[in-house]
Design a protein. Structure first.
Length: 184
């Protein structure tokens, strides 16, 4: 019986200690930090012995400085522009395809006639496995992709698979290909 009584007394003392600790320990601020007891004591009105009622001020909300978020790039728009570029080539809409190239890319590809003639055997293109390589800012997206191209070469249909990487930019208001590397 004695060990049980000792156990109950120990539990009561522990409970009283806990409640005393909760009553007199510092309270967390809205930021989750604990103020010291000295700071809490400074905030309490001095007891002048008078029977005046003190009015408690509502705690002022703490504002957190928010870091402005950069606008997100329209990755879907960039992907659609890339896929449409290859669809245009496969459907022999060469002017539409050429217009999806930045002026620097058009200069690299040559004149419109040179560009158009380089795809005269293309029957169809299919872009697949598009993935985001990098989004350096809201106006640029780098994509990797697989291109399956079907060409009519001397009356025979030839299927070729390429791996590409393209950088697209929306600085002019619509997505354009500003750099492209395609390998077999």
């Amino acid at each position: 019986m004695m060990p049980l009584l000792v156990g109950v007394i120990v539990l009561l003392v522990a409970a009283l200690g806990f409640f005393a600790w909760r009553e007199f320990s510092p309270a967390p601020t809205s930021s989750g930090h604990y103020e010291s007891l000295a700071k809490q004591d400074q905030d309490k009105p001095a007891d002048t012995g008078a029977k005046e009622q003190t009015q408690q001020q509502a705690p002022q909300p703490q504002t957190q400085q928010q870091v402005p978020q950069q606008p997100q790039a329209d990755v879907q728009g960039a992907t659609a522009a890339l896929c449409t570029y290859y669809e245009d080539i496969g459907n022999h809409r060469m002017r539409d395809a050429y217009s999806k190239l930045s002026s620097d890319m058009q200069n690299q590809m040559g004149t419109y006639e040179t560009f158009s003639n380089s795809y005269h055997t293309t029957v169809s293109n299919q872009v697949s496995k598009v993935s985001i390589v990098e989004v350096p800012d809201a106006q640029h997206v780098v994509l990797s992709y697989t291109l399956t191209s079907r060409d009519n070469i001397n009356g025979s249909l030839k299927t070729q698979v390429f791996h590409g990487r393209a950088t697209l930019s929306s600085q002019t208001g619509s997505w354009h290909i500003v750099d492209m590397k395609v390998t077999k």
